[in-house]
Design a binder for this molecule. Sequence first.
Ligand code: AP5
Ligand code: ZN
Length: 215
Amino acid sequence: TNIILLGPPGAGKGTQARRLIEERGLVQLSTGDMLREARSSGTEMGQRVAQVMDRGELVTDEIVIGLIKEKLDQGGKGFIFDGFPRTLAQADALEGLMKEEGQDIDAVIEMRVDDAALVSRISGRFTCGNCGEVYHDVTKPTKVEGTCDVCGSTDLRRRADDNADSLKTRLMEYYKKTSPLIGYYYAKGNLHPVDGLAEIEVVAAEVAQVLNGSK
Ligand code: AP5
Ligand code: ZN
């Protein structure tokens, strides 16, 4: 199974992706995570994209398509595309790459949320620097303060682009460049909207219904 998680920043794409890895053994391909990894390992490309990301703008299609291609070449039994594609050019490139591998996109899950909710989602978010688990100050706190529930690490981090200014730019980028993909996939007949405002478990159940073919 290959799935795309589509939705604005803070919609819960990363949160649902992590559940799907565990429940279905799929491989998560998050271009945001890949770019952040390139930054922290200090590669030349990582340094080039750092400021663009912190401002909340999209990185060039060429760079992210290159990252995805590299991962697809390593193979896997199914992928969750998280935060990719984000432009029509990226969507076309993905279609070409999947064709080359003899594979298809089985479902595009559109996570619907409203802008007001996104501000509190983003401003309360923190993640585990060791295992990547995603938390929220209010909706998903750690059980023991300052310690990751999953791996016990105390390396909990907030993202440089999770501030009001960058979020505004990220939302504008989403509406301008990414939201046309909703029509693109609707036309292909594999768009499945889910209510991203529901509780994490409820969203997960809706996603499961889509993947089991009952929605
Ligand atoms: P990226 O890392 O992809 O960030 P994003 O799209 O802005 O998405 P987020 O990670 O912010 O949100 P999410 O939907 O995963 O939500 P989460 O699950 O964390 O991109 C970052 C940057 O990299 C971009 O701005 C761009 O510069 C660059 N980039 C990346 N991909 C690119 C591409 N393809 N092309 C060009 N540039 C690219 O949840 C958010 C919070 O809400 C968490 O605290 C969580 O605990 C909480 N939460 C989640 N679900 C629920 C729920 N149902 N109820 C209550 N709380 C919830
Ligand atoms: Zn952890």
